[in-house]
Write a new protein. Structure first.
Length: 317
């Protein structure tokens, strides 16, 4: 736990330029920011929130630090954060090194036996360990898990859905890609109750010794639903949902579930955004109270979404 002997390790301000930037806001302005956040702090204290960590926020060192600081602050004010991470770019880079080309169907990676072994190594090893280390360095006790630990994520094969222009939907076998059938919520809640932040890799345990690579968006949705989380926060590489892809003015700060479904069916929502929006809809159906898709490229995106009046992303209602 955080105490006077183990403070959050946020780098101090040193240079004159940094000092000037740091003191630009008046004391009154800083106080007003805290007052704006107060009702949200009171509202969310003690509540469980699931964070899907992915996109550019996992690539930029600066953004990595800011996301971890956001989670540290959430933990310190009494929120119970659960982190589910992706790692698609790292998997793609490793596959390229061994001469394998990545293919995607409806935003899901086609995964043969060799690819799922590599995905398990990259997700459950390299990426998960780095996140845990970063949180620990901020004084936040974190525990790294894959879906195989204590059968955290039971899974079976998932077929990709391909929506054709004629309105038909085809199902395509894409290998060792799974979908969650059960979540061991007792394990997660035990960790939360004892002050730990669970950090979950999207690797599922199938029958026997079968391993499944699972889209992290779907895992986050299943975990949030199973925990009846107060909120699911999806970090992405876009501001949120648009009704016209090339028109910034078409950004939606909120959208009903039915309209989000229609945007998938008519092709407005495409590619990697399909599993994100489908996951969000599923999370709401499973009991998650609120869901937001937010831009992980925005520094401190989690804090801006949670503790400001306007927020920064799209909330599906």
């Amino acid at each position: 736990m955080i105490n006077e002997l183990n403070p959050i390790n946020i780098a101090p301000v040193h240079s004159p330029d940094e000092v000037a930037a740091h003191t630009t806001l008046s004391a009154a302005s800083k106080a007003s920011i805290l007052i704006e956040a107060l009702p949200y702090i009171q509202k969310f204290a003690g509540k469980t929130m699931v964070i899907k960590y992915g996109g550019n926020a996992m690539i930029s060192e600066e953004l990595k630090n800011k996301v971890m600081q956001d989670i540290a602050l959430m933990k310190c004010i009494g929120i119970r954060p659960v982190l589910v991470h992706g790692g698609g770019p790292d998997i793609t880079n490793f596959l390229e090194k061994v001469g394998k080309t990545s293919t995607f169907v409806s935003g899901l990676r086609v995964t043969d036996a060799e690819t799922v072994t590599i995905a398990q190594m990259v997700l459950g090893g390299k990426i998960n360990a780095e996140i845990v280390s970063r949180l620990n360095s901020l004084g936040i006790p974190a525990i790294g898990l894959t879906g195989k630990d204590a059968n955290l994520l039971k899974a079976h094969k998932k077929l990709a859905e391909v929506h054709e222009a004629n309105g038909q939907t085809n199902h395509v076998d894409i290998g060792f890609v799974g979908e969650v059938t059960a979540v061991n919520t007792q394990l997660i809640n035990d960790l939360l109750d004892n002050g730990y932040v669970p950090v979950i890799s999207p690797i599922g345990a199938g029958k026997g010794e079968t391993t499944y690579n699972i889209n992290a968006d779907y895992v986050a949705a299943e975990v949030a639903g199973a925990l009846q989380a107060e909120k699911l926060l999806m970090l992405t590489n876009t501001k949120g949902i648009y009704t016209a892809l090339d028109d910034p003015k078409s950004f939606l700060s909120s959208i009903p579930q039915t309209e989000a479904t229609a945007l998938i069916e008519n092709g407005t929502i495409q590619g990697g955004m399909i599993p994100k929006v489908e996951a969000v809809l599923h999370a709401l159906q499973c009991g998650t109270k609120r869901v937001s898709i937010i831009d992980g490229r925005e520094p401190h995106a989690l804090l801006l979404e949670l503790f400001t009046n306007k927020g920064i992303g799209t909330e599906i209602i």
